[in-house]
Design a protein around this ligand. Structure first.
Ligand SMILES: NC(=O)c1ccc[n+]([C@@H]2O[C@H](COP(=O)([O-])OP(=O)(O)OC[C@H]3O[C@@H](n4cnc5c(N)ncnc54)[C@H](OP(=O)(O)O)[C@@H]3O)[C@@H](O)[C@H]2O)c1
Length: 421
């Protein structure tokens, strides 16, 4: 019996919201609040027309960059928790509003600033690059800075309840609880074997996606970061139910939290699959300046190249009907149990067309939206409470793993997997 305010109504949110409405015994009331309220109203109308959910839905227009506006909505709606499915740019304003409004907080991606040229942010960023040794625009320091305030307020902020970050960290906590005494090596493998038929499109918000993929890679080894050039490290892996794919090492946010929270870990790497055509398009766009976040003056109007590119590219939410194939996302763990070395691979396979038939969206939004709903349910109903700014591996993985099976993302444990060199 929970009342949750959900901010954002894009690809991920539309899955999470429909899943909340399927889980109407838990989510008795939700408010969908986003910048473009017509999208919230359209989704509410779709769910109500289907007539299968008892969840009471309201909608609201909200600019989540405005902390006071978020706080005012929290005060008038009085939710148990806020599920942030807008963009990482809004994480801090929404966290601050939750703190002041006295409600729990859940998101799926860690904070990064919209304007990476902002001198105040840049000074902190450059200091962090030097101190920690990785140059990604996003890192947990901004949200972990809320640790004490959330703790004192008795509020839980659950950061990163998507698939990766999110389920990959739940898999890690589960492996540590049930299969290992110590985990020494973690390889997180994110494979999208789907084909949408476009020459170039991104699976989720293009701006966030292209920023992540075109940045330097990095991994954690022996207590420090090792940074690589973009796409410098390539491996080939034969993914169950998908087949052989090229994958490349990227920086990813869960490496940072797992390095902090998993004792004895020696190395954590993250790989994502990309086809050659995607990489060639991206390189070309980067070379001509289209991935830049620095505004340029065009015919008297200031435009941000990557935002203009986003307007040209297919909306990720529209890829659903045309995407065929499967995703396979999971983690390979090597460590010791009872003095013997062992390797375990835990993964989920998700079919794009099945997701589309169920909810009208492709598998990337689906694999993120389902864990967002699960994280929100566990925090809102009190199963997961640990005041502070937390990441997902800090909680008991078992209820989350059960809910993954129940709500559409069943997982597999392979105790004799192919490993990554
Ligand atoms: N952990 C994971 O596995 C994972 C995977 C994929 C994505 N993600 C994260 O999931 C989040 C959503 O991604 P998405 O693909 O759903 O993005 P999206 O389709 O672009 O949706 C973003 C939504 O947020 C709204 N929004 C943007 N700025 C806002 C503001 N200032 N105030 C209120 N609403 C605002 C947008 O409103 P408009 O409709 O007006 O544009 C849109 O409805 C992102 O943070 C992304 O990084 C996580």
């Amino acid at each position: 019996m929970s009342k949750v305010l959900i901010i954002g109504c894009g690809g991920v949110a539309s899955v999470a919201i429909q899943k909340c409405c399927q889980n109407d015994a838990e989510f008795t009331e939700i408010c969908i609040a986003s910048r473009t309220v017509s999208k919230c109203d359209a989704l509410k109308a779709k769910i109500e027309a289907e007539g299968r959910s008892k969840t009471v839905i309201t909608t609201a227009a909200l600019d989540a960059d405005d902390k006071d506006a978020v706080l005012a909505l929290i005060r008038s709606y009085q939710p148990d928790a806020v599920l942030n499915l807008a963009l990482p740019y809004q994480d801090l304003t929404i966290m601050q509003a939750c703190l002041e409004g006295g409600v729990h907080y859940i998101d799926t991606a860690n904070y990064e600033p919209e304007d990476t040229d902002d001198p105040a942010w840049r000074a902190i960023y450059e200091k962090r690059c030097k101190e920690l040794g990785f140059t990604a625009y996003f890192d947990y320091s901004w949200q972990w800075a809320y640790q004490e305030q959330f703790e004192k307020a008795g509020l839980t902020a659950l950061c990163g309840s998507g698939f990766d970050p999110g389920v990959t960290s739940v898999f890690t906590a589960y492996a540590l609880k049930h299969y290992f005494d110590e985990i020494h090596y973690i390889d997180i493998l994110d494979c999208n074997g789907g084909d949408h038929g476009y020459p170039f499109a991104t699976n989720f918000n293009p701006e966030i996606n292209l920023r992540e993929v075109s940045a330097n890679g990095s991994y954690w080894e022996d207590g420090h970061w090792v940074e690589t050039k973009p796409m410098e490290i390539k491996r080939v892996y034969d993914f169950p139910q998908v087949g052989k794919k090229d994958m490349y090492l990227l920086h990813h946010e869960e490496i940072e939290s797992l390095a902090k929270n998993i004792p004895h870990v020696r190395r954590i790497r993250f790989f994502m699959t990309f086809g050659q055509s995607y990489l060639t398009h991206m390189k070309c766009l980067e070379n001509v300046g289209m991935l830049s976040t620095t505004p340029v003056n065009f015919n008297g109007t200031e435009i941000v190249p990557i935002q203009f590119l986003k307007a040209l590219l297919p909306d990720p939410a529209s890829l659903g009907p045309r995407t065929v194939g499967k995703t396979n996302i999971g983690c390979i763990f090597t460590g010791v149990k009872d003095g013997r070395e062992k390797t375990v691979y835990i993964y989920n396979v998700c079919d794009h067309q099945e997701c589309y038939r169920e909810l009208g969206s492709q598998a990337i939004s689906y694999t993120t939206g389902v864990p967002a709903m699960i994280g929100a349910a566990l925090v809102a109903n009190g199963t997961w409470r640990n005041p502070g700014a937390r990441t997902i591996e800090e909680f008991d993985p078992d209820p989350f793993m059960d809910m993954l099976n129940k709500w559409g993302l069943p997982w597999v444990v392979d105790e004799n997997p192919q490993t990554v060199e």
